[in-house]
Design a protein around this ligand. Sequence first.
Ligand code: NAD
Ligand code: TYD
Length: 352
Amino acid sequence: MRNILVTGGAGFIGSHLVRLLVNKYPDYRIVNLDALTYAGNLENLRDVEGMPNYTFVKGDICDYELVTRLFREYDINGVIHLAAESHVDRSITDPFTFARTNVLGTLTLLQAAKEYWKQPSDAPRRFYHVSTDEVYGALEAAGTFFTEETRYDPHSPYSASKASSDHFVRAFHDTYGLPTVISNCSNNYGPYQFPEKLIPLFINNIRLGKKLPVYGKGENVRDWLYVEDHARAIDLIFHEGKDGDTYNIGGFNEWKNIDLITVLVTAVDCLLGNPEGHSMDLITFVTDRPGHDARYAIDASKLQDELGWEPSLQFEEGLIKTVQWYLDNQEWMDRVTSGDYMEYYNNMYNNR
Ligand code: NAD
Ligand code: TYD
């Protein structure tokens, strides 16, 4: 029996992971702990909320008493930790919130796991920390990649906070023997992503005829992975990864921002029935993000060679699927951008 505490399960990647786990493992108990910040949206999980092996708890990962109570109450033997502040631009204006959630929140979970897992048990135990490739800093030359051995060199408050949490996870493994595993993934895209991130923001702006703010000259390079492929990789690493190890996750799929934006505009126009090139004029070059990392590119060969993981979707296919999803789910987008999504579930859980 596995009783897994997933943190941040109401967010973008967390909701895909929760859906996968709840459907794939009917005999597991999946406890989703999420504070429902602006980025948490239980509407992302409507299809699984009534499943018997799923429990939602509204709460903060920094709340040590709550976290220890959940370990006891559900006899937690696995943690998959995704809860975080995740947007670089927000970290530039509010770095303290990132240090609190990403560093202290991770430390709180580690400490609670260490204490609860002092009791002997036959059940396998694992603390899985979901991290980002941004901890490695920026690559310049084409043809170079982040490997699991690349030195940490974070530049934004977001990546600095994630790097710090990764170090705490390794410290708990090395000092206390906590059975940890870490993965560092490249940029994700797909359904249910909060529209502050490039792809959903731009799809929505094109639909509404609003400007597309491209930072700098649009020359920064990102490595994109479909979110369900990330969730599949997490499932695999959680079950088969080696204790104390790190795995990079990425799709070998680098795009210069301006090239990706051009493909995205073309795809959205096509699916909206607009003439080709109709929305290209919306592209607007704006002041660059401070400390903007030039290029990210992941070498995921360890995960492929050791655990046999492969991305399932080609980028063009994943992008069309994603654009179609946002166009088919305009109500989801409108409720997120208007703030209505916060009301229903927040009221329900605040009254408990
Ligand atoms: P997200 O911002 O969409 O979701 C984060 C979730 O965490 C939200 O549901 C939010 O309510 C919750 N949360 C925030 N603070 C909390 C707190 N104090 N206590 C409990 N819950 C809290 O993020 P995402 O894009 O789904 O990213 C999930 C994880 O994956 C993060 O750790 C992020 O660093 C990592 N990651 C993201 C990407 C990406 O491209 N989005 C890539 C690699 C790694
Ligand atoms: P983002 O989705 O914020 O992810 P990250 O910063 O974690 O890589 O941004 C992806 C890329 O797109 C990044 O190079 C910044 C750029 N970008 C823009 O040019 N304009 C925007 O409005 C946003 C949100 C991002």
